[in-house]
Design a protein around this ligand. Structure first.
Ligand code: GYE
Length: 310
């Protein structure tokens, strides 16, 4: 009969944990892999129903999406905050509604840290340090060792955790060594186009860098284009460093245009799903779930590329 069928359907529906995810946008290769990882991991969970919406790079839109999730009474909200600040109000609304907030990949700066439940992602300061340490070691091992090194930095989105912290870690290590000078530090938005435009601008201003440090692979690819168009040789004459180590970086390292990329693992989907299920089961979960990562260079790129998952 109809009745029991409906009842059992309601029972299974009632068991589903509804997870709202407010995606940053489609700015980079990293982001696309990250979004896909979340989608795939949710598809593999029979107890989780995923509602995913894209903020297309706008904080305002991301706030709207979160408010919409609160109104729908989802069981948990996961999002990667586009920028660090400006979240106090909406996160308070989520807290008042009893909905846990999982910060994925990027952190927030709020007055009250009880507004979020967990952070799942990378240590961006350490990523910046890793790029700088590689550079310092490389310079010291070169015959040109002891030369003055002029660096152009291409920053990611203004006010975003990865841009602020990668810059901080990078500068922290370089400040211990007098040979390194950041001669320009331009702000972009993690897209290839912004990397290219900023590099063109820097070159037009007359600066000839020894090193370009881009906050992500896509910006490095844009910079490589601009350098080549200016008749320069990225990867040989000019060292190019980036963060993310996605497929595009491996291709550029194999082509010897990019020198190194610091790993930033976008495959956060499974960890997010685990945290969501643990929360729904009333378990305590860690405040910080930090991904273990390393670096890749032209020397290690070829070997790694064949087994690379993103
Ligand atoms: O490095 C960049 C993306 O927040 C870790 O955002 C992420 C960063 C990543 O656009 O490519």
């Amino acid at each position: 009969t109809e009745e029991p069928a409906k009842e059992s359907e309601e029972l299974t529906n009632a068991k589903k944990i509804v997870l709202g995810v407010a995606v940053v946008g489609n700015e980079s290769s990293w982001r696309n892999v990250n979004t896909e990882s979340i989608r795939e991991a949710a598809e593999g969970e029979k107890d989780i129903e995923l509602v995913m919406q894209n903020a297309q790079g706008s904080q305002e839109k991301q706030i709207q999406i979160i408010r919409n999730f609160i109104a729908r009474k989802v069981d948990a909200i996961a999002f990667s905050p586009i920028v660090e600040t400006g979240w106090d109000e909406v996160l308070k609304e989520a807290k008042d509604a009893g909905i846990p907030i999982l910060l994925t990949d990027r952190k927030v700066k709020v007055e009250d840290d009880s507004l979020w439940t967990t952070f799942i992602g990378s240590d961006f300061i350490e990523e910046g340090r890793r790029a700088a340490r590689w550079l310092v070691e490389r310079e010291q091992s070169e015959s040109s060792g002891g030369r003055q090194v002029n660096i152009v930095e291409l920053q990611g989105t203004k006010g975003s955790a990865p841009a602020i912290e990668r810059k901080k870690g990078f500068e922290e290590v370089l400040s211990e060594n007098e040979a390194f000078h950041i001669v320009a530090s331009e702000i972009g938005d993690f897209t290839l186009e912004s990397g290219q435009q900023l590099m063109e601008k820097v070159l037009r201003s007359g600066i000839k860098p020894d090193v370009v440090f881009a906050h992500n692979d896509d910006m490095a690819l844009g910079a490589i284009k601009a350098l080549e168009q200016a008749g320069l040789k990225p990867g040989t004459d000019i060292q190019v460093l980036s963060v993310d180590a996605t497929r595009v970086a491996f291709q550029a390292m194999i082509a010897q245009k990019l020198n190194m990329s610091v790993e930033c693992n976008p495959l956060l989907g499974p960890q997010i799903m685990k945290a969501v299920k643990d929360l729904a089961a009333g378990k305590e979960i860690p405040l910080n779930i930090i991904t273990a990562e390393g670096i890749f260079t032209q020397e290690t790129a070829k070997r790694e590329f064949s087994i690379r998952k993103y």
